[in-house]
Design a protein around this ligand. Sequence first.
Ligand code: HEM
Length: 340
Amino acid sequence: MLLIYISNLDANSSQPISPSAYVYDADILPQNLFLRAAIQAREELVGSFAKYYADESYKQGSEYIQKFTQHCISQGVPETDISRMLLGTVFNNVANSVPSAIWVIYHIFSDRCLLQEVRDEVEQNAVVKDVEKGAMDGISTIDLSRLTNSSHCPVLLSTYYEVFRYHGMANSVRAVSEDHLLDGRFLLRKGGLVMMSARAQHRNPAVWGPDVDEFCPHRFMPDKKSDEEQTEQQHGRRRNRINPAAFRGFGGGVTLCPGRHFATAEILLLVAMLVLRFDIQPVGGLPWATPSTKNSSQAEAVEQPDQDIEVQFTPLPGVRRRNWYVTSSGPRDVSLLAQA
Ligand code: HEM
């Protein structure tokens, strides 16, 4: 087996691709020898989930677990495979959704101006019903479709995408099904594997511009086209805009993450609840420390902070005893998540 690692795919450019490393030939890395501890840990978890199903404990599980299991059963998935699939979804939720949520919360709350912008747009555009019962009590309803729509919550969504651009580190793996000369330079041999690093793509200045190494929450704001740009487009010329294919936060192609809308809904709802209900400050006082990420597991799609960030929640006045409901009124507009 041949594994090729491509680190500099520039989706906007026809410049040659520069692989940073090619590695490993000839099936010399048998899994059970080199990955023994990982495989053993995986099998232990699968065993625990199998017991969870065998003694029907899952029936006391969350609605998510119930629906997941019912779906697997209705699709004829064998019982032994359900516990393996459950391990996959738990891994995705814990390993990817949790650090992603942490980064969105961190970036919004550590920037007072950004916090105010997000708070204002969520309050004004995503809270659709506010039935007051008294000064403190009340029922508020958040529309998930508006949270995930760039015409209603552009700053929140732009910050969300920027988190995946800046902290995304997925390595998409593809098997080579036939010999192929990539870009006229690199021979991909049938039977080999190709790994594509999102981190390299997300840090390519040719695609993202000179501020590629900065976290820019407004980077993905919907375009407000200038007159000049509109004229350029009318004449069939296109500016060098961000190519959606350069965004690999959730991978791409046929293995584009099928959990992306679920993850987006749960993260944006959590963030909306936090900005509407709390102020969050670091326990040790300002400024916020930026945690390092050098110990991040390469198996995960998003960097993980090396240190805990201890924070203090202060409830905002006026919303302490409010009940919150969630509705979903229409289609989402998460264009960067829709690309295949
Ligand atoms: C913020 C959270 C998440 C991130 C950043 C993320 C990212 C990714 C990435 C980068 C891939 C690889 C795509 C490729 O190779 O091109 C992937 C695949 C996958 N993800 Fe997610 N994911 C997240 C959440 C979830 C959740 C919550 C689930 C399930 C409940 C899920 C289920 C899957 C599955 C099943 C695949 C494999 C798809 C296939 O091979 O066809 N993901 N994800």
